[in-house]
Write a protein that binds this ligand. Structure first.
Ligand SMILES: CC(C)(COP(=O)(O)OP(=O)(O)OC[C@H]1O[C@@H](n2cnc3c(N)ncnc32)[C@H](O)[C@@H]1OP(=O)(O)O)[C@@H](O)C(=O)NCCC(=O)NCCS
Length: 182
């Protein structure tokens, strides 16, 4: 299956039904949760709380993300946290397993970076897991220009170490997000 850019649409999170974000995360992380009992106890509750916040706070949490649809069907989503301006943080993001490995994850992250750059953010941070399952995420962030700044445990509930990345945003580059389908 090749990536089909013509069929991609980026849709507001809050336009979707409550539960979609939780479902996308649960299905995308299922192989990892099967390996890590600590994460499988801790993370789904976090995702459920985030899913609720998206719909309870559509103008703040719900406005900081999008669902990627392919021919009308949600295949993934990406989000960000703008509260540390001028540093943005990339938040939950995923692509459903059936659609992974075709560039959709990278397209999502590049779109978030374009949005943050256009809104005047100067740098962006993101964190992912230090485990083979997260190799696609590690490669995705590296190919988007992030560089690793630190490794360590971040969540007392989970022993998985995390990798923190930083990207300094260029201020004067062509706007690619506006050229894509909204
Ligand atoms: C991380 C994730 C969003 C990437 O989505 P994706 O659509 O598969 O990403 P892409 O196709 O753009 O590939 C991104 C990179 O991963 C690599 N990759 C993809 N699938 C891979 C696999 N199975 N094994 C190794 N590398 C893989 C790609 O080659 C690419 O690397 P490159 O830029 O060096 O070529 C997706 O794998 C996912 O949802 N994972 C589970 C949740 C997760 O980790 N979310 C990120 C939270 S920090």
């Amino acid at each position: 299956m090749r990536r089909n850019d013509q069929a991609i649409a980026f849709t507001p999170l809050a336009e979707h039904e409550p539960g979609l974000v939780l479902s996308l995360l649960s299905r995308s992380y299922a192989p990892y949760l099967a390996l890590d009992p600590q994460a499988s106890r801790a993370w789904p509750a976090d995702w459920a709380a985030y899913d609720q916040e998206v719909f309870q706070r559509p103008d703040t949490v719900g406005a900081c993300g999008f669902v990627t649809c392919l021919s009308g069907e949600p295949i993934g989503f990406a989000s960000w946290d703008p509260r540390g301006r001028p540093t943005g943080i990339i938040g939950h993001n995923c692509v459903l397993p059936a659609f992974q490995g075709h560039g959709y994850g990278t397209v999502q992250i590049r779109r978030v970076l374009d949005i943050l750059r256009r809104r005047g953010f100067e740098q962006v941070r993101v964190t992912t897991g230090d485990h083979l399952f997260f190799l696609p995420a590690q490669r995705m962030y590296a190919s988007c220009g992030f560089r690793e700044i630190e490794r360590g445990c971040r969540d007392p509930r989970v022993t998985l170490a995390m990798i923190d990345y930083l990207l300094v945003l260029p201020s004067n580059v062509p706007d690619t997000a506006s050229a894509m389908h909204d």
